[in-house]
Ligand binder design. Sequence first.
Ligand SMILES: NC(=O)c1ccc[n+]([C@@H]2O[C@H](COP(=O)([O-])OP(=O)(O)OC[C@H]3O[C@@H](n4cnc5c(N)ncnc54)[C@H](OP(=O)(O)O)[C@@H]3O)[C@@H](O)[C@H]2O)c1
Length: 303
Amino acid sequence: MEILVVGAGALGLLISGLIAHNGGHVTLYSRRPEAIEHISKKGIRIITDNEEYVVRVKCIASIQKDNYYELAIVTVKSYDTETIAKLLAEKLNSQTFVLSLQNGLGNAEILASHLGKERVFPGITTQASTRLGINEVYHAFNGLTIIGEYDGPPTERVRRIADFLSNNGVTCIVSENIWREIWFKVMVNSVINPLTAIMKIKNEGLLKISSIELLIKDILSEIISVAKLYGYEFNLNECYEKIIKIIQDTRNNKSSMLQDIENKRRTEIDSLNGMITKLAEMHGLETPLNRALTIFVKGIEER
Ligand SMILES: NC(=O)c1ccc[n+]([C@@H]2O[C@H](COP(=O)([O-])OP(=O)(O)OC[C@H]3O[C@@H](n4cnc5c(N)ncnc54)[C@H](OP(=O)(O)O)[C@@H]3O)[C@@H](O)[C@H]2O)c1
């Protein structure tokens, strides 16, 4: 299977590096000439707590229609999805499937609006990587990738992609209900990311705040009421317990949003708490906490 990874950031470098390291055919697309030069000359360096290795990966500056890829994996930030969707609709062979592994709500939908939903697979990943340099990532956690069909139950084609990824270094399973998985990941990110970014604390800092349970449950209640409007039911206490477990397991991590704030980069707040607020408003519902978190994070971003 020929794979194209779109976006040479923390996740794109990791996914393409893992696939190449495990013998898969992969090409990485970047918009930055210096990244293309560096990756082409020196490969991708992946650093874990136990090992460090360099993988040779083909890196390209433009996508050509006559180069056939079976799957393009989108690894740009959610605020760049629209631009990438237009580019892929123009440049990809019409047979190529597209998988989003991005965080937030709305990515697969934007891709589908330009490429057709029959070509798009929604997905999530708990892989965790941080970009250390132009061709270098720290692979903090070897997580699970979950993918599914845009509509309907899983078919052979999505299972084939999951098998390919699993056999090539990216452990992947197929979900019967990928949209529910996405909603839960959005819950996790909409709690941990803005709170740690606003308070400038590592994940473990959340566990030290005495009344954090109340705050997390109030944020979650709002998200759960919006998810319900879209047909996804969640139990508040179950979600709370799972999120606390995730915070405990990632206690030493700096959330991606905190890293973005520290590095003066734009955050993905609009596709998390911002999107929750927007969807709620469309249905006449109020989500004041999610709105406040969005405003706080945007305020910090603008400083
Ligand atoms: N990092 C993780 O561990 C992880 C885990 C799970 C999910 N995710 C999700 O995956 C997505 C990507 O995250 P990330 O951490 O990899 O972000 P990132 O490091 O900022 O990487 C995004 C990459 O996309 C590139 N890009 C943006 N627009 C582009 C365009 N028009 N053409 C070509 N390349 C373009 C950027 O290029 P430049 O370098 O030129 O800016 C950047 O290299 C996010 O939605 C994130 O939430 C990340």
